[in-house]
Structures are given as structure tokens and as C-alpha cells.
Ligand binder design. Sequence first.
Ligand SMILES: [Zn+2]
Length: 326
Amino acid sequence: MIEDRKGKFVVAIDLGGTNLRVAAVTFDGQILRRASTPTRAAEGVASVINRMVRKAFEVIGADHLKQAAGLVVAAPGPTDPWTGTIINPPNLPGWVNVPLKKELEARLGLSTFVANDANAAALGEYHFGAGRGTRHMIYVTVSTGIGGGIIVDGKLLLGKNGGAGEVGHMTIDMDGPRCACGNVGCLEAMASGTAIARQASERLRAGVKSSILDEVGGDLSLVTGMVVVQEAEKGDRLATEIITTAATAVGVGMVNLVNLFDPEVIAIGGGISNAGPLLFDPVRQIVNERAMGIAKEGLRIVPTVLGDDVGLLGAVPVAIAALNGG
Ligand SMILES: [Zn+2]
């Protein structure tokens, strides 16, 4: 149990495939100091851990080790949240069964906890963002992939192996496109930035006219979900059609979640959520049309509010839950 949080902070590490971001975060969500460095996962586990340790000491500062209540790493899943092991994340090649909690505790002497990055973000948004004041929230991030976290009665749903809340891998179309996870018709395979870019490229290759092609100078390899969002916002017909189809798939996914979990808030973030009403209007409409009456009563579907720091801020509720033995 944390007896006195005053003057204390959590050392948060957001271990991304590209960048490693570290911050000292107070219990009320103020970032005191921050540092970052490229992850460079290809240099190997030991090298990345060395840099994590160095940056952690940097944000702790010379005289503040006593004020550090614990360390939380938000890492790409799958992770084992109980042993603090990184299992085999697709975007950290070579990281197979890395006992990160053990390694960092030995090096820093701080109680360390490892959370799946989407779950840490869900807790951050729940504690400090769109979920404030609620007990039941679902967080969804629609970016290159689709991830999320489910909070039921104030607690993150982990499941028996820590694998719960993979909202991107709900089956939406049982004969749909192949997903990176091996299944077919997952939400991620239909509505992620990667899926949106793939659909746009296929249509452009088939000769459909669109401002997307001008935007990438005719080079289909430069088509991304964000480019399609941007052209849809300008009114391009193909881009709008693709975003609407993706939003429809997200809406169907949300109907499933609403009927299963009866949340107060669904908070949707990630780059594709920058599409704003182009995404949110179809999602709200489909949920309104299709979800069970009792579950959609009082439900809010809103954009996330924390932005890029969500993983760092999520370290605080992860630490509170872990240090309190929850
Ligand atoms: Zn999948």
C-alpha cells in the first residue's frame, strides 16, 4: 500500500517499437521530467535495457531516488502482467520471454511492473482522461493496428493469461480479410490504418480516380491510413467511402462491446480517430441502431483526451493497482 503519495512519483517507460519514452509522473498526473531515445530493438535486448536504465536514472534525477514509488513499463503485448515478462511482441523482434521486471528491479532497485501498452493507455484514459468519474469504460485505439482495454467496475479486465481486451481481434466478418494474427475478418484487418491503406491501394491499382494518388505523387507505397483520412476530410469520394466502411466495421465492433460490457464510456483514440465525425458519426449511428436498448442507455462514445502521453500517464494507475496488490 502506498501510505503517502505526496512528493512521490512513478517512473514511467513507454517502450515503443520506434521510441523509448521515459518520464517521472506524479500521482496526480503531472510529468515532472521526461527523456526519450530511439528504441533500436535490433541492437538486442541488453542494449535496449541499458538505455532504459540510463533514461530512468536521468528522469529520477541525482537526489530523488527516495521519491520514486515504483517503475512501470508500458510494453507491446503480449506481456505477462504478473511476472512482468515480455512474451514475443511482433514489433520488438528478438524479444522472446524477456523477464523485464526482474532485470529492471535488479538494476534500479525499484518495484517494477510491466503492462501491455494498450492496457496502460486504457488505464491512463480511465484515470486522467475521458473515463474520469466513471466505473465502466472501454478504450479503443485505431492506428496502424487496433488495440484496447476494458475496465469493468473500476478494474482492468486481464483474463486468465493477461490476454483480455484485444478489441482489434474481434471477428467482424467471418469470411473477411486475413489478419496479422492469423485469423480472418478481425476488426484490425478491416479498419486499422494498415487495412485502410491496403483498401485504398487496391482500389487505386484498379484505376479508381482519387486525390489520394496525387497526394502520394503516384507512389502507392506511400499510401497510409492517415493520407486516406486527410483526403476524406477534403471530400475525396474514394477516401470518404473507405473511411466510412472502416467506421462501419468499428461501429459493429462497438455494438458487440456495448452488448457484452454495458460501458458508460467508449473512448476512441489513435491516428485514425483524427477523422473526427467521419469516424464517430457512423460509429454512433450503428451503435444506436443495433445495440441492445438497456446497454446503450446513457452511453457516451467520445474521442480520447490524453494524446501521446497516454501510455506514460497510464503508469500511475498501473502502479497504484500493483502496489496496492490489485
Ligand atoms: Zn486478428
